[in-house]
Design a protein around this ligand. Structure first.
Ligand code: C2E
Ligand code: MG
Ligand code: MG
Ligand code: MG
Length: 280
């Protein structure tokens, strides 16, 4: 498209792209080699709480990458790159296995059981043996599948609704739960909440950010929560940063919250300490 917009623009665009492409290729090579060498990648865990019950109900596993030179790269940068090239499949395998191993470690430490959300990308669902691999890791780690909640965005389901629906049913038959992530922004369709066997809706953080009383966001969020609950789904709001957002969401009937107001993503040991301290 850029070419049609005139030579001037095209030349500029082309040089920019080349530079970016080089950076991206380099970043991907570094990521691939760190993954293969088993260094630099770590899972952090962000608490999810039920304010009414005043307790942690779960957490979300979020990948972190620190390069050998000490520079942290945001998942907002490297996850889309990894998705584009398919490296996300190997990363996703590592993330899932590591989360399962961590749950078993927390159990051994005597931590009360809680749910762990794990992000799964579209490319993982495209692997014909995706569900089989999940089953294998569950068996080999001995983790209880009830503890696991896979988070997928709707765009995953839109690619191949039939096949994704079947995979989701198979995952649920294994005992896992499934959440639709980032709901309310992008091209979310209300119908998918009914068509696919989701257990939970996670309201997008971009949406929560704009929440103030009697705005369009307020109305839409109210409707999403109402719809989700009438379909028997649980609701978690992401990116809750202020008491007033939390109050609005709670008034709507949203029972679970995740956001900096409660806790930032932290490493496994810190989450363990955080949970023990909540119990005091
Ligand atoms: P997500 O799955 O929607 O995860 C929630 C993101 O919101 C996380 O960003 C989290 O740190 C951030 N967040 C939570 N509460 C707040 C808040 O109160 N304020 C603000 N400003 N941010 C908040 P993070 O860790 O940078 O991850 C970004 C995205 O990268 C994730 O969005 C997810 O799409 C992707 N991602 C992260 N880890 C993985 C992974 O292991 N696998 C895959 N496939 N994707 C991942
Ligand atoms: Mg997520
Ligand atoms: Mg999300
Ligand atoms: Mg997101």
């Amino acid at each position: 498209h850029a070419k049609q917009e005139g030579d001037q623009h095209w030349r500029f665009f082309s040089t920019e792209m080349e530079a970016n492409t080089q950076n991206r290729v380099q970043l991907l090579n570094e990521l691939r080699s760190d993954l293969n060498l088993g260094r630099g990648l770590e899972l952090h865990y962000q608490p999810q709480v039920s304010p009414t019950r005043g307790q942690v109900v779960g957490c979300e596993a979020l990948i972190r990458w620190v390069k050998p030179n000490g520079a942290a790269v945001s998942p907002e940068v490297f996850i889309p790159l990894a998705e584009y090239t398919g490296l996300i499949v190997d990363i996703g395998d590592w993330v899932f296995a590591e989360a399962c191993r961590q749950i078993v470690r927390w159990d051994r430490e005597g931590l009360p059981p809680f749910r762990v959300g794990i992000n799964i990308s579209a490319a993982q669902f495209r692997e014909p043996d995706f569900v089989a691999k999940i089953a294998e890791v569950i068996a080999s780690t001995g983790v209880s599948p009830k503890r696991l909640e896979l988070e997928i965005t709707e765009s995953v389901a839109m690619e191949d609704p039939e096949s994704v629906a079947r995979q989701l049913r198979e995952l649920k038959a294994l005992g896992l739960r499934v959440a639709v992530d980032d709901f309310g922004c992008g091209f979310s369709s209300l119908g998918s909440l009914n068509r696919l066997p989701f257990d939970r809706v996670k309201i997008d953080r971009a949406f929560v950010r704009e929440l103030t009383p009697e705005t369009a966001e307020d109305c839409i969020a109210t409707m999403i929560v109402k719809l989700a609950r009438s379909l028997g789904l649980e609701v978690t709001a992401e990116g809750v940063e202020t008491e007033s957002q939390a109050q609005l969401l709670q008034d709507m009937g949203c029972k679970e919250m995740q956001g900096f107001l409660y806790g930032k993503p932290m490493n496994a040991a810190s989450l363990e300490a955080w949970i023990r301290q909540q119990g005091d």
